[in-house]
Design a protein around this ligand. Sequence first.
Ligand SMILES: [Mn+2]
Length: 398
Amino acid sequence: MEVLYFGGSKAQFRMMVCKKSFFLGTRKLSGMTLAGRLESRYSQTSQQVRTAAGSAWPGSLPRARSGSYWKNAFFEKFTPPRFFSEFNMPPSAEFVARPVGVCSLFKLPIRTSSEGLDAAFVGVPLDTGTSNRPGARFGPRHIRAESAMVRRFNPSTGADPYNSLMVADIGDVNVNLYDLKDSCRLIREAFRTIVVGGCIPLTMGGDHTITYPILQAIAEKHGPVGLVHVDAHTDTGDKALGEKIYHGTPFRRCVDEGLLDCKRVAQIGIRGSSYTRDPYQYCWDQGFRVVLAEDCWMKSLVPLMAEVRKQMGDRPVYISFDIDGIDPAYAPGTGTPEIAGLTPSQALEIIHGCQGLNIVGCDLVEVAPMYDLSGNTALLGANLLFEMLCVLPGVKTT
Ligand SMILES: [Mn+2]
């Protein structure tokens, strides 16, 4: 500073004095630093503000923005405290450019554990259980990238998730790409840790194999759960190529281990060719409700969901959403597509219809981004995860 003071021009000196009084003035005004005031205004931690800005705060931000900081500080001073939140709040694109920041789901802060969280987004980048096209290991990354378009509030349902729950992206479960059974162990152990303290996991797959070890962990805590399962396939096969674990068998394995409350299972969007005349017999025998896609065509699913809510009652429910439940015209980025599926608006009706249920976990699986260069499948997946967040217990609606 002294070097600049003596060696610099008068203009530089004036600038330094100005800068100093700028910061001193801010402190005097509020008793907090400028960054502190902004954190409060947008309910972000200082780390989050820096992450969101992608750089040190505030020196590297464009000068033109500094006026709006003062404006924000002014508005904050005269804004009633009820507008502030103590929760994690994704930054608004009004203030932080969408492509800025380390990529996380919905631009939420990234945490290394679920401690202190009501709900956590977690990725499971596994696709070694796929039977056809691989690629779902890249699902979490692409869903995160496309999720930058998803905002904070749900005007359709009135849900205000980030002012209701403490939410973060807790990264990915490490998987063993060379050993599917070991991956299942790693997933089970990771989800035990997530659910033990009461945090609700919202999982980005990964192929549908992952739901089996997730439900092992969930059922350890909650007992057998109800299941709202959206999929083109029932995923209740017994074996393929002699193997009992792959993405066609997770719900058979869950039944084997008593993880499901079978009278409270609804499978929606089921369709496609089969190897037998009665491909759904196993599901019916267990007491599952199987809703074929053709029974959903050209219909609102609001009445169906009223029945599903009745079926689920008030005991714990898990939502497992395979993106291939949606028609491949909307979601081509998946490994085992089937024609004539559900529409995105029907998907919204299904998830909205889960509001009020005792949801203890959700997943969105089978996004394989490389089969959809538009990114729309991942974008749809991101939006469906937001909708699931919006129906979790404790989310306020206005
Ligand atoms: Mn599936």
